[in-house]
Write a protein of this length. Structure first.
Length: 250
């Protein structure tokens, strides 16, 4: 009986000491330190300095409804300069009505992963990013889909995800995701806005290790927080990017 109790305690200790997934340090060797998010609107980004800036563009939106995955490809033009580091972003949305709620089957996870993988076929794409504000009941599906996606992608393809800022300050529910980094979206934070800004102003870092390599901020909001150095910054704009925006960000 004593041996069983000791064994149980050892298991608990070891389970709490498992190494955490962290940001892939190799990203810094290939990915620019500044990335512009280009959402669903006409964008001409040929003016950027490709040595300093990359582009993460919305390539498609996938809507999950019952047992269906409904793809909506980007319809707006995107112009980039030769040599631009390009990331294809897939936005995932789910129907919330009781008659439309997704079934979240393994087949749906495989289908979503396949559609994301296909964005690598778009011109000059070097990496993929998932944007999915998954609620608690959707997280197991998100996890299984990301693992399936990692299996489908070529081994060296960067796989990143966006993260609500509240996820990065809360429990590490996605630390086992096979991603190279999670980008904390420190803008449009709703009811958590001041709470999270005060948390950062007090010198705290994100609790989630995967969030400690980057920030996602909006040029239309004053975050009022000193960003930690040597981290990638993803920039969002509510309107089409202009060269004057780049000047304002310097």
């Amino acid at each position: 009986m004593k041996l069983s109790l000791v064994t149980f305690v050892v298991i608990l200790i070891l389970s709490g000491c498992q190494p955490k997934n962290v940001v892939n340090p190799n990203l810094s060797n290939t990915m620019p330190t500044k990335v512009l998010w280009a959402w669903e609107r006409p964008e001409d980004l040929r003016f950027i300095d490709t040595k300093q800036y990359g582009v993460a563009f919305l390539a498609q939106t996938l809507t999950l409804e019952t047992d269906n995955v409904l793809p909506k490809p980007r319809r707006q033009p995107l112009e980039t300069a030769p040599g631009t580091y390009i990331i294809a972003v897939t936005r995932i949305e789910t129907k919330k009505g009781s008659a439309e709620r997704p079934t979240f089957t393994p087949e749906m996870a495989t289908k979503v992963a396949s559609l994301v993988k296909n964005t690598l076929d778009l011109p000059n794409v070097k990496g993929v990013q998932i944007d999915f504000d998954a609620v608690v009941s959707e997280r197991n599906f998100y996890r299984s889909m990301m693992k399936e996606l990692k299996n489908q992608l070529p081994p060296e393809t960067p796989l990143t995800m966006t993260s609500l800022a509240s996820w990065c300050t809360g429990d590490a529910w996605f630390n086992d995701f096979p991603v190279d980094e999670a980008v904390p979206m420190a803008f449009q934070m709703g009811a958590d806005d001041e709470k999270i800004k005060n948390y950062l102003r007090n010198g705290n870092d994100w609790n989630e290790p995967l969030c400690r390599g980057s920030y996602g901020i909006s040029i239309d909001e004053d975050i009022g927080v000193e960003l930690k150095p040597k981290r990638r910054v993803y920039y969002f704009s509510n309107s089409a990017w202009k060269s004057a925006d780049i000047e304002r960000m310097r």
